[in-house]
Ligand binder design. Sequence first.
Ligand SMILES: *[C@@H]1O[C@H](CO)[C@@H](O)[C@H](O)[C@H]1NC(C)=O
Ligand SMILES: *[C@@H]1O[C@H](CO)[C@@H](O)[C@H](O)[C@H]1NC(C)=O
Length: 379
Amino acid sequence: MLPGFSRETKSRVNEVNMRLPLRRAPHRRAWVLGVTLGLLALLIFWLLLTKNPEDAPVWKVSPARKSQVHEHVHSVLEGECRHGNARKNLLVPTSSHKTQPFLWKNAPLSEDLFLYPPPFGFSGVQDKVEELLQLLPDSDVLPQLAADKCQRCVVIGNGGVLKGLELGPLIDRFDIIIRLNSGPLGKFSVDVGNRTSIRMSYPEGTPLHWADTDPHAVFVGVMYKSVDISWMSAMIRKVTVSLWDWLFFWQKVPDHIPIEPPRFRLINPHVIRETALDLLKYSPPRPRLWGWDQNIPTLGVSALNLASLLCDEVSLAGFGYNLSQQGTPLHYYDHLPLSAMSRQKMHNIDKETELLKLLVREGTVTDLTGGIHCSFCHS
Ligand SMILES: *[C@@H]1O[C@H](CO)[C@@H](O)[C@H](O)[C@H]1NC(C)=O
Ligand SMILES: *[C@@H]1O[C@H](CO)[C@@H](O)[C@H](O)[C@H]1NC(C)=O
């Protein structure tokens, strides 16, 4: 006998079993039918939920398209590397004084950093930032940046245009590889490579399980709100975020980033401000009580500006959507259709697309996958 299953309970069970046929006899068939149908419905529901994701339609790239793209990427990798090319051609008015890409320990915080709140500055969060700076390394250089060598950067967007192109080995040949948010590697490496120089993200966009195996990968934090700064401090110190802070995140955030403190970087908010005001020509941020002004650059365009500060030549991959290509997935790592693209309240996608098209057309940056402007498509 099972422990705790007393004789009393057992006899009550028998009683119930015996009473059922007597009292409920006329309804029994309906009752059994109801239960059976209910179980069947549950089973169907469960089957739908656990449907194998591999069953989704497979996105196929034509061999002709693939070889066209590969040829283009080869020509970019083997073409001339011009020192300072990307930065010079971005024509950022403030480029006379070189914007520092990152802030670091003991970095002097200029007064104009406190003109605007995050992500454009640190107004209202000075104490938190000073605390965070103490945890950062005391120099802002990347381990693999060689001053004398002409550097080629590639910023990997998460767009479905990357899927099936098998650009991985070519992407890995760039000097600096910047990945955004949770853009995964692993089984996707054949399309996106396996090296990571920089993973740039904010708390909610950061992968819950860190997947970069590259020993040089650094995490570059972009701070959009006050709790993001507390979160980044907690990640460096390897402690948990306070319960109160958790309430301010709009999505689950990782509670651990398994890299050593010297591999954390804090982006200089000037990089974001410059992207908004100088590249996208947005008007200066103004205080708002509710909602957004659509004046916050996406991480993609901000990464392009960061890349121009770190590298000489900048390429983009996985950016833009080709709406005339039916069935292209939204991301290279899932099966969401393009139509699942969410309406943006914070970002102005049209303005960004316009800027990117211009930069690719005039040759300031190259678009490896042709989703922004396809310079290599024969049409
Ligand atoms: C990437 O893959 C290549 C080939 O499989 C391997 O030699 C290399 O160590 C990998 N690099 C990283 C950073 O995982
Ligand atoms: C978009 O897809 C169509 C159809 O496959 C192709 O002809 C066109 O060149 C593509 N455009 C770009 C910008 O890649």
